[in-house]
Write a protein that binds this ligand. Structure first.
Ligand code: NAP
Length: 484
């Protein structure tokens, strides 16, 4: 199965923050891999922009070293690296001042697609949009890509939306959530809406509950200052987990089109019941023998920011009333694992009698690691001895099912950046969607604060605080294991 690469017309992409962590580790390697895949035509230009004083050669040397470190085996192809470096340029610019703006506008004289990636701190987003407009760079073929965090709460998100809207149309604004660019997340839509098998069962009549887990083994060191001001609710739940929830729970859109899809996602967020204090467990990781605890990682012994959140959610609509959705995310947990598990109800009656045990089908969508899908089926245990039942997974690991091409899928940033260039907003969040997510999470955070207690401590390498287990136990359910 050969992958199909469709080259895009030559374009200009300006990476504001072109020397920063995200640009080095993700954006530039992603662009390089798309270049190697043959997706960029002659004449395409990528322009790094930051305050640091580099000339073009200096920036190319900088990017060369970053590619060697972060772009994987492709960076060993010296011809490809040289070809990519050739399309790079640099401008020293101050997003907050006047340095570099006329130089940039002179560099972008051609009428063609131009994208501006805001890979800088969120306090600079508004100023960047305003300056791009003032310097005549916000024409119809211009797009801006805005990184997270998109606001700190609903009020700040709305203000940011309003500021961006003064200078760019909504169709020009690409709010990035890299989870939406993951292959398996898109596969979730293919599975739901490309197969007849699941959709008739995809409701509270057949689904007992859904679990969404995004577990990380890393702590917050290196991003401590930002993270301590956000916490798991703002950094993960408001965006990544809410987006996964929307895709799993939404009604089928009439077509795979940006607004049709985003309309359906918005309806899910708006149908969420408010979360009460009993529906949320927050935690903070302790130190272990070799690793510092959260307080040491952020350098504040009194910090009450959560590094773990588990929530019980309820969507009040015809499809999902009565089927809870449990979500959890945390740092310094037992394993790095992201998955969505759709747990079906037991059969209404077991013809095999009580000794056959209790069984249920579980559809698991593994986002990382080992992307793929499992469907737990109940079968007869082989051999003599009567009708003993056992649950086994029908395993569709993409790499096994689809061969080498499946291992070579573009990473989320590659796909999303090329979608920006193609003008496809399907996998990006719309203004009302972001505000609605905040409108749900803000009161949930207020509820947590009302408890007046710090987050519950949990051991590094565990599955989070015990109370998170109780969140499901009290409903007679249990979390799936977080294991490597
Ligand atoms: P970073 O490492 O601190 O880099 C910031 C970049 O912005 C640098 O290139 C810096 O270069 C430039 N910059 C700072 N002030 C500037 C100004 N006044 N004018 C022009 N350029 C300026 O930050 P980052 O980790 O790359 O994050 C960038 C954005 O992505 C943030 O919004 C962050 O929340 C988001 N994000 C990051 C990650 C990640 O993994 N790093 C993940 C998700 C989202 P100079 O100092 O030379 O100007």
């Amino acid at each position: 199965m050969a992958s199909r690469i469709i080259p895009v017309d030559p374009f200009d992409l300006v990476v504001f923050g072109g020397t920063g962590d995200l640009a080095r580790r993700k954006i530039l390697p992603a662009l390089f891999r798309r270049y190697c895949a043959g997706q960029m035509q002659d004449g395409t230009r990528i322009i790094g922009a930051a305050r640091a004083e580099y000339d073009t050669e200096g920036y190319r040397a900088f990017v060369h070293d970053e590619l060697v470190e972060f772009a994987g085996p492709a960076a060993q192809d010296t011809d490809q690296v040289a070809g990519f470096l050739d399309i790079l340029d640099y401008v020293a610019i101050d997003a907050d001042g006047e340095l570099g703006w006329s130089e940039l506008s002179q560099m972008l004289s051609e009428e063609r697609v131009r994208a501006f990636y805001f890979s800088v701190g969120p306090e600079l987003f508004g100023g960047l949009a305003e300056r791009l407009h003032r310097h005549g760079m916000a024409h119809g073929e211009s797009r801006i890509v805005v990184e997270k965090p998109f606001g700190h709460d609903q009020a700040t998100a709305r203000r940011l939306n309003e500021t961006l809207a003064e200078h760019f149309e909504e169709v020009q604004i690409y709010r990035i959530d890299h989870y939406l660019g993951k292959e398996t997340v898109q596969n979730l839509m293919a599975i739901r809406f490309g197969n007849m098998l699941f959709e008739p069962l995809w409701n509270s009549q057949y689904v007992d509950h859904i679990q969404i887990t995004v577990a990380e083994t890393v702590g917050v060191a290196g991003r401590g200052e930002y993270y301590d001001n956000a916490g798991a609710m703002r950094d993960m739940v408001q965006n990544h987990l809410m987006q996964l929830l929307c895709l799993i729970a939404m009604e089928p859109p009439s077509k795979f089109d940006p607004d049709a899809l985003r309309d359906e996602k918005l309806k899910v967020i708006r149908a969420l019941d408010p979360a009460g204090q009993d529906d949320i467990v927050l935690g903070q990781y302790r130190a272990d023998a070799t690793r510092p605890g959260y307080h040491e990682d952020v350098g504040d012994p009194d910090s009450t920011t959560e590094s773990f959140a588990a929530l019980r959610l309820q969507i009040s609509n015809w499809r999902w009333a009565g089927t809870p959705i449990y979500v959890r995310t945390g740092k310094r947990l037992r394993a790095r694992k992201s998955e969505i598990a759709v747990v079906f109800k037991e059969t209404p009656h077991s013809i095999f009698g009580p000794e056959a045990g209790r069984h249920r089908n579980i559809l698991t969508i593994r986002l990382q690691p080992n992307e793929g899908i499992d469907l737990d089926m109940t079968i007869k245990e082989p051999g003599p001895g009567g009708m003993r039942l056992v649950d086994v997974p029908l395993d569709m690991t993409f790499a096994k099912a689809l061969g080498p091409d499946a291992e070579d899928v573009p990473d989320a940033y590659e796909r999303l950046i090329m979608d920006v260039i193609r003008g496809n907003q399907t996998l990006f969040m719309r203004d009302d969607e972001v505000e609605a997510a905040w409108a749900w999470i803000d009161p949930a955070i207020v509820e947590c604060n009302k408890r007046g207690q710090p987050p519950l401590p949990y051991d590094a390498g565990s599955s989070g605080p015990e109370e998170a287990l109780a969140l499901m136990h009290r409903d007679g359910r249990r979390w799936r294991e977080i294991k490597p």
